[in-house]
Write a protein that binds this ligand. Structure first.
Ligand SMILES: *[C@@H]1O[C@H](CO)[C@@H](O)[C@H](O)[C@H]1NC(C)=O
Ligand SMILES: *[C@@H]1O[C@H](CO)[C@@H](O)[C@H](O)[C@H]1NC(C)=O
Ligand SMILES: *[C@@H]1O[C@H](CO)[C@@H](O)[C@H](O)[C@H]1NC(C)=O
Ligand SMILES: *[C@@H]1O[C@H](CO)[C@@H](O)[C@H](O)[C@H]1NC(C)=O
Ligand SMILES: *[C@@H]1O[C@H](CO)[C@@H](O)[C@H](O)[C@H]1NC(C)=O
Length: 329
């Protein structure tokens, strides 16, 4: 792992872990420094103006504008660091589309402040190409692995992503103290607005997901401001027929439920995980996306690509193709 990104990651993980109180102090100190710095620059500007001739008024006012910008940026960083942290749990596995998906999601998350991206591969060893891409994108991350237990690999419908998500939950149990977590698969599209909204989840928040099921969406049905049921192309006896991309959970709420876990039950992962968070009354579910009247996430899905045919080295040895071959699956 690169030195700089290591430092970035460590410092941002640390920031994430800081208690709100500490962050408040930080904000106050930074703001005070800002004001002092600004006043010092003002007095210096006045002093220089009084001195007169050497420095023109134009340059002075330019300097003051620069100082103001520095102050505003400092204040802004302090404000962003004091937002409740967001933990994004992304399960992934090796396939032709993997790097492309990680890249797309990564650059979306790059616009989200105070975020820690838990990227967890269903693999025995981390894919070095994924690590390299995560470092390059520059969103604070933890790159973990969680292979699916052998006994589940024999099933016709494999419970994909469960070992990964439970690994992410284990990370949160051990290391997080506040904020909110969200399961963001790498094949979805996310409007940045949903991250702004889910960050303040007190227990469990929900919202509609587009491009999923035969109804074209999956959403809570909202009547008179509360959940009165669910609209989803497949109910299957589930209490919470929702998509993985359609809910977020408060970290403290989760920590108070030591048994909460995702089961290895294909099709019932969301339902049984949400049930394991009980007691949770439907009236307590926080409805985002303007009381579920907007679509801010989509289960886009990328077209499945066939595995690449191997390179004929007799023909192409000594060309760029040898290198490119290492990047594709
Ligand atoms: C908690 O965080 C530390 C530091 O990043 C990491 O080494 C450890 O594995 C994490 N714990 C869990 C259970 O993931
Ligand atoms: C809506 O909820 C309010 C307060 O919770 C209640 O007074 C009102 O009767 C409800 N309206 C309907 C149509 O259910
Ligand atoms: C959601 O609906 C409730 C109850 O009708 C209302 O009080 C609230 O203002 C609505 N929120 C939004 C964001 O529209
Ligand atoms: C959920 O809460 C509402 C209002 O507080 C209450 O009327 C209802 O009985 C509760 N439902 C369950 C299943 O506890
Ligand atoms: C390809 O070229 C390298 C040297 O450039 C050589 O070491 C290697 O044996 C060659 N491989 C094949 C399959 O021809």
């Amino acid at each position: 792992m690169g030195q700089i990104s290591r430092i970035l990651i460590e410092s941002s993980s640390d920031l994430v872990k800081m208690k709100t109180a500490t962050k408040m102090y930080l904000s106050v100190i930074l703001s005070t420094l800002c004001i002092m710095f600004y006043q010092y620059q003002l007095s210096r500007a006045n002093f220089l103006t009084l001195q007169g001739n050497e420095v023109s008024g134009g340059i002075n006012s330019m300097a003051t504008i620069d100082d103001q910008n520095i102050c505003n940026n400092l204040k802004k960083s302090a404000e962003l660091a004091s937002l409740p942290p967001l933990y994004i749990i992304t399960p992934t596995y090796k396939r032709p589309e993997q790097l492309a998906e990680i890249t797309r999601l990564g650059y979306t998350l790059k616009h989200v402040p105070n975020v820690l991206w838990l990227v967890i591969e269903d693999a025995a060893v981390p894919n070095g190409l994924v690590t390299r891409q995560l470092e390059r994108i520059g969103v604070p991350f933890e790159h973990l692995i969680a292979p699916m237990p052998e006994r589940f690999k024999k099933r016709v419908v494999k419970p994909r992503g469960v070992s990964n998500r439970n690994r992410g939950l284990a990370w949160i149990r051990k290391n997080a103290t506040n904020g909110v977590f969200y399961f963001a698969d790498d094949d979805n599209t996310y409007d940045l607005e949903i991250f702004n909204q889910m960050r303040y989840t007190k227990k469990v928040s929900m919202w509609p997901v587009g491009l999923v099921t035969k109804f074209g969406l999956s959403t809570p049905i909202v009547r008179n401001g509360t959940v009165s049921g669910f609209y989803d192309g497949w109910i299957g006896g589930r209490r919470y027929p929702v998509d993985m991309a359609g809910f977020a959970v408060n970290v403290n709420f989760f920590l108070k439920r030591p048994k909460a876990i995702m089961p290895y039950h294909a099709g019932y992962e969301e339902d049984k995980f949400l049930r394991s968070l009980g007691p949770l009354n439907n009236t307590e579910i926080e409805l985002l996306a303007s009381n579920c009247t907007e679509i801010l996430t989509w289960h886009t899905q990328t077209k499945k690509n066939p595995l690449a045919q191997p390179l004929d080295l007799r023909k192409y040895n000594g060309t760029n193709l040898v290198n490119l071959q290492k990047l594709i699956v």
